[in-house]
Write a protein that binds this ligand. Structure first.
Ligand code: ADP
Ligand code: MG
Length: 249
């Protein structure tokens, strides 16, 4: 591609209409053309960085985790091949949902955060909230601007992460609000849910078997369930005051 054509393309991307439309505008000479091209490239890189930073800020990830830091020798319920497939993020394009299910400390939140991080880096918009927080936003949307803003943002995202579903049972009103939230989203975003409860417990979590079945029907239509078993990573690697020599340093 000639430098001239590249300049035209970048001008279009940046919305610089006069530059884009100015046929034969530049008879700048090679050096000047390259100078202009570099300016346009650096403007694009700058805007991309800004927009990535904005997306990270809006996602409200409680921590930055990566797939490469996930030890599959410790957590053997998931294979390297499965992680590599998830890392490609094509499941976001195809609106598949993911469930990470298992007892505490088995890496559910780590994997959800690492995939959210991967998605943000790839240009996706992500909304992350614990189930408690999400229910709080849903219940206070009428009276709290912050809750409204967060929920409105969620509706524009490609990936929604709901962490720790099932720790607390929901009231009927809460369960209904959650159902409406999922119904609005499930055709436009992928949803990751982490939970210490299996699907059989959803009726008691939502206090209503019919609603739980309808929810599962929507969420599991296109989905991958990833059960994580084993020992808690936290407990296994727990820090211990006497053995860690913290007091002797
Ligand atoms: P869960 O959400 O299942 O309760 P977390 O994902 O929060 O567990 O894991 C607890 C802590 O242990 C986190 O700091 C996480 O990064 C770490 N962790 C868990 N599993 C692994 C793993 N297989 N490899 C590396 N770190 C892990
Ligand atoms: Mg967790």
């Amino acid at each position: 591609m000639s430098v001239y054509t590249e300049i035209k393309q970048l001008a279009k991307t940046l919305g610089l209409n006069s530059l884009y439309n100015s046929d034969g505008l530049f008879d700048l000479g090679r050096t000047n053309e390259e100078f202009l091209l570099n300016i346009l490239k650096s403007e694009i890189a700058y805007r991309e960085e800004k927009s990535k930073a904005r997306r990270f800020k809006q996602a409200y990830l409680p921590a930055i985790k990566t797939l490469s830091a996930f030890d599959i020798a410790f957590q053997t319920s998931i294979t390297k091949q499965q992680l590599d497939t998830l890392a490609l993020l094509s499941w976001i394009e195809s609106l598949h949902n993911l469930f990470f299910l298992g007892p505490p400390g088995t890496g559910k939140t780590h994997l959800a955060l690492a995939l959210a991080n991967q998605a943000l880096n790839a240009g996706h918009k992500v909304f992350f909230a614990s189930m408690d927080k999400l229910v709080h936003f849903l219940k206070t949307a009428e009276i709290s601007k912050r809750s409204r803003v967060r929920l409105t943002y969620a509706m524009t995202c490609n990936l929604i992460v709901i962490d720790e579903l099932g720790y607390l049972p929901l009231s009927r009103v809460e369960a209904n609000l959650f159902f409406q939230f999922i119904t609005k989203l499930h055709d436009s975003a992928s949803i990751i849910i982490t939970s210490n409860k299996g699907f059989e417990a959803w009726a008691s979590v939502f206090g209503d078997a019919v609603l739980a079945t309808a929810l599962l029907d929507r969420l599991t239509f296109r989905c991958e369930v990833i059960p994580l078993a084993g020992e808690s990573y936290r407990l296994h690697h727990r820090s211990n005051i006497f053995n860690d020599n913290i007091l002797r340093r």
